[in-house]
Design a protein around this ligand. Sequence first.
Ligand SMILES: Cc1ncc(COP(=O)(O)O)c(C=O)c1O
Length: 392
Amino acid sequence: MDTPDDICPRPKRFSPGPAQPHAAPIYLSSVYECRDPDQADALLSGSQVGYVYGRDGHPNADMLAEHCRRLHGTERATVTSSGMGALALVLLAVLEQGDHVVVSNQLYGRSDTLLTAEAARLGIDSTRVDPCDLDAVRAAMTDRTKLVVVETISNPLLRVADLSALADLAHQGGATLLADNTFAGPVVCRPADLGADWVMESLTKSMNGHSDVVLGLVCGAELHWQRVPAALASWGMTAAPFACWLALRGLETLAVRMERACRNAHAAAEMLAGVRAIEAVHYPGLESHPDHALACRQFGDRFGAMVTFTLAGGRAAADAFIAAAREIPFCPSLGELATTLSHPESTSHRGLAPDQRAALGITGGTIRLSVGIESTETVLAALREGLAAVGA
Ligand SMILES: Cc1ncc(COP(=O)(O)O)c(C=O)c1O
């Protein structure tokens, strides 16, 4: 019986009755009550399906992972506490001291740091290579290479990786291919269908779509999955229940959001391509893009919601554009409902050496747009406001 000074006077068990809740419940509990030691043993050994401790797994993570698994058409999927956690999980599950990884030279800055400097601390060495140059990828592989890592659409210059060709190359060398699919998402591309062994995404971006969670995803085949659950739980990379619940809700509108955002991005790229003050527009949907034919083959008629452009006036022009484009928030992230912009030199790629940035074509004038789901006219008007400040 409860007394007023009980620590926990609320009812511990509550049944909603015979009808199931239509919306997914949130299971915040970090631990589950076991009936007896035999049941705990069965649950912890995996001989019985269920939950014991939140770091090993919980219903909201599994609901989200299952939805993502179906979107990517893979045998297995798991969610992690961030996109970087997803990349780290594959690294920790696949690689060990003495292994070698071939790394695209066009990765998100922190991914590059993880796979080069951080991996080196664990005795894993790496070679950076242009993933669009298949001969260079082949030449970079050694008999110690276990993993090849590329982005489906690279950050920030939106080069497209030939995933089938890269998967063949990796497999011929006895390695596996990991595709970071964050900039595409499963609506634009399903890398596993093209031969990628591992697919990772930052769910923080368009998969959730509302800029209110930080989460990651790893998808893959049963064949490679053996070490994943232990690595996830032992390195403590499990995602929190509420974040998973929010992302699952975001995912329900993914297809319609991406449909509209891709259409808006294409219109924005076409408009920017005709502006004199802009020296380059990068969008795989434009015929001028070096990977346009490959993008059509891999993606069909949707080319993603990211558009990158370089202002001829360098950093000063970028500063003026960002100050004048008041309807486009400067948010160093991407994939939300509203159109946002980022400046790779000062944010996502600040960790690269200046010569690395220059080699990739990132200058002070490079602006990365994440196009949202406003009306097309609203997006174009917001861009024109910024362009007016750079004399366009
Ligand atoms: C392409 C790409 N991969 C991975 C990440 C890391 O994801 P998170 O920020 O969720 O850790 C990012 C973050 O911006 C990204 O842009």
